[in-house]
Design a protein around this ligand. Structure first.
Ligand SMILES: Cc1cc2nc3c(=O)[nH]c(=O)nc-3n(C[C@H](O)[C@H](O)[C@H](O)COP(=O)(O)O)c2cc1C
Length: 446
């Protein structure tokens, strides 16, 4: 059997990519009604998707121009709800579809998070994934008491300890701890419920978790850092990695670095997939798909791009001079403690650190990065499937794709995946016809 491609539906994007402006989009008076999300969940399950995934952020972006005005005006990275209650509703109208929920270990407490994920894993009957991120956004930090970003390395040390504590808490109550013996009146066996007595650099947690073990025990852990330090953390904590699509050589480099880091952890790299973030714009003809892509790009405002880039790099791009060196900009971003491998880092790899670039060129590249259209696969279902198969094979045939769709995208955009792309992947023997497992972990393993 050919290696199977896994598919997740990434509903993290908000407005910068302008899908909400297409006729038929789900915004307006009905958004964010829970029924809309239930509808999307049913369709995703019809398409055999492994999971619906929600990235997260908690601040309205305020790095661009030092204020929130343009972010608010153009709806960049907001509104964002805490999706955990929505997942509960979506799980009630589906039976196999999984759900990925994001929280930042930089701000959350592992006891609360482990308990919440345990509850959701019960409600969904073993279909939860926890995407643990460090966050690099000033407005998120500002809501949790920080004036500046915590330094990059410290964020990852905290993330590793955070997940270690969650895992210990999930193991603190054995699967057979509860006996419910009506004759003796004994509810649970104390020998199977243990304190964890964790006393680390960031957290002090006694435990045990005051809950029953959930169907998966440990929800699937996803992690999305792309820097060398982020890769090391992913190797330590992640069951699967969420990766940014780049050129194939850069994706291969990330895969090789991750494999090496996983081996150093004493684990098997074949068990860890990378789920690459992609945009897919599917049309009946290539020309139709390309026209759709062009019209989406044309609708993006420069301010929205500036907000997005500044939010994700910790540097106010409104301050850029007419010409500047990428090296200088990258130095300032690293100084601000954002990521060394973000958009500017990628641009520097492409053009060389010494390259001078004009503000207009920079924003043109930025537009494509901020919307994901730079790497969007636009074409017929056959063409998109060709490209997906190629990327999958070239990067080690482990994992799959996180297909990005705005929460406000028209229903038709999802139907195009379910009715055209999925059958095309199935015809090639690359994609499930029925769910193999009951839990998300089982489905991702095949
Ligand atoms: C594919 C991908 C998805 C991410 N999703 C989120 C997210 O939903 N919320 C968030 O706060 N940060 C998110 N991040 C940011 C990471 O948590 C991290 O802060 C950032 O990538 C910097 O780490 P790095 O230098 O190791 O890449 C994401 C990063 C990547 C690459």
């Amino acid at each position: 059997m050919k290696k199977q491609i896994h598919l997740a539906l990434d509903l993290s994007w908000t407005q910068v990519e302008t899908q909400w402006r297409i006729p038929g989009s789900l915004v307006g008076p009905h958004y964010p009604e829970v029924g809309l999300f239930e509808d999307v969940a049913r369709l995703a399950e019809k398409g055999g998707f492994d999971m619906i995934f929600f990235g997260d952020g908690t601040g309205v972006p305020d790095t661009w121009g030092g204020g929130i005005e343009d972010a608010v005006t153009y709806g960049v990275a907001w509104p964002r709800m805490d999706m955990s209650p929505w997942i509960t509703a979506m799980s009630r109208v589906t039976s196999h579809l999984g759900f990925g929920l994001t929280y930042a270990s930089t701000f959350m407490h592992p006891f609360y998070t482990a308990r919440l994920l345990n509850s959701l894993d019960h409600i969904t009957n073993g279909r939860m994934a926890f995407n643990v991120v460090t966050s690099q956004r000033r407005s998120d930090f500002a809501n949790f008491g920080y004036d500046e970003l915590v330094d990059h390395g410290t964020r990852y040390e905290r993330l590793e300890e955070f997940v270690d504590v969650c895992r210990a808490l999930w193991d603190s109550v054995a699967a057979d701890a509860f006996i419910w013996d009506a004759k003796t009146g004994k509810v649970a066996d104390p020998a199977k419920v243990k304190a964890i007595n964790h006393d680390g650099r960031f957290f002090k947690v006694k435990g045990p978790l005051n809950v029953m073990r959930s169907p998966q025990g440990h929800p699937v852990i996803l992690q999305a850092g792309g820097s060398p330090r982020g890769t090391k953390a992913a190797a330590h904590v992640a069951d699967h990695v969420f990766g940014l699509t780049k050129s194939i050589p850069l994706m291969q480099k990330q895969r090789a670095e991750l494999d090496e880091a996983i081996r150093l952890e004493g684990k098997d790299p074949d068990s860890v997939g990378i789920i690459w973030s992609i945009r897919a714009i599917i049309g009946e003809t290539e020309a139709e798909a390309r026209a759709m892509k062009e019209s989406l790009i044309a609708g993006v405002s420069r301010e929205a791009v500036g907000v997005w880039l500044s939010h994700n790099s910790g540097y106010d791009m409104a301050q850029l001079p007419a010409y500047f060196s990428l090296a200088e900009l990258q130095r300032r971003i690293i100084e601000a403690n954002a990521s060394p491998v973000g958009f500017v880092g990628l641009l520097a790899q492409k053009y060389g650190m010494d390259a001078e670039i004009s503000r207009d060129e920079f924003f043109q590249h930025g537009l494509e990065a901020a919307t994901g259209y730079a790497t969007a696969l636009a074409g017929t279902a056959v063409q998109v499937a060709d490209r997906m198969e190629e990327m999958f094979e070239e990067t080690g045939s482990r994992g799959g794709f996180m297909i990005s769709l705005s929460q406000a995208a028209p229903r038709q955009a999802l139907l195009n995946m379910v009715d055209y792309l999925v059958p095309e992947l199935q015809r090639r023997g690359r994609y499930r016809r029925t769910y193999e497992g009951r839990t998300l972990r089982e489905n991702l393993a095949s």
